[in-house]
Design a protein around this ligand. Sequence first.
Ligand code: SF4
Ligand code: SF4
Ligand code: SF4
Length: 182
Amino acid sequence: MTAAIAVLGGIALVLAIILSVVARRLDRDTKFTVVEQINALLPQTQCGQCNYPGCRPYAEALAAGEADINQCPPGGTTTIVQLAQLLGRHSKPLNPDNGSIAEPQVAFIHEAICIGCKKCILACPVDAIVGAPKKMHTVIASECTGCALCVEPCPVDCIDMLDLQPSIARYRRARPEVIAHD
Ligand code: SF4
Ligand code: SF4
Ligand code: SF4
């Protein structure tokens, strides 16, 4: 009888451990999925204006309830509305402390002035700049997210941010007016 109770106790212990592991894995997978869904809504500019070092860290903070939905200027009203819908929160205007909504831009290097110091390459979060040491550098426009992080480090001030020309591929409908519910 004692042996049977001991066996049942052992089985119960093993089942409890298995359930605990499964529950933790499910919780982790759910959090991962939410982060991925949030990250997919963000513009991937990697500019850091949200006060996080990139879009994914901001997505992780949002999923953890540590950040607000109105901290991404490049995403503008469209992203705020989408985040509100996904997370079941009320839409609100962009937080002005994070910047203002601007038209998309692309970096342009004046190659005749560039001294090839590579500082812009080190600053670019998406590897959109190519060039060899002490040779002129150039921006791969199709890869540039317009984050402007390369501008400030340039010692000869030869990088300009240019407005992107309108195109069918970049056409977006007019942003809806957002009503604050604070
Ligand atoms: S402000 Fe927006 S685009 Fe810039 S890093 Fe943060 S989430 Fe990404
Ligand atoms: S080239 Fe400049 S503006 Fe474009 S993504 Fe890189 S750092 Fe940002
Ligand atoms: S930081 Fe300026 S000077 Fe240096 S490689 Fe880049 S564009 Fe050229």
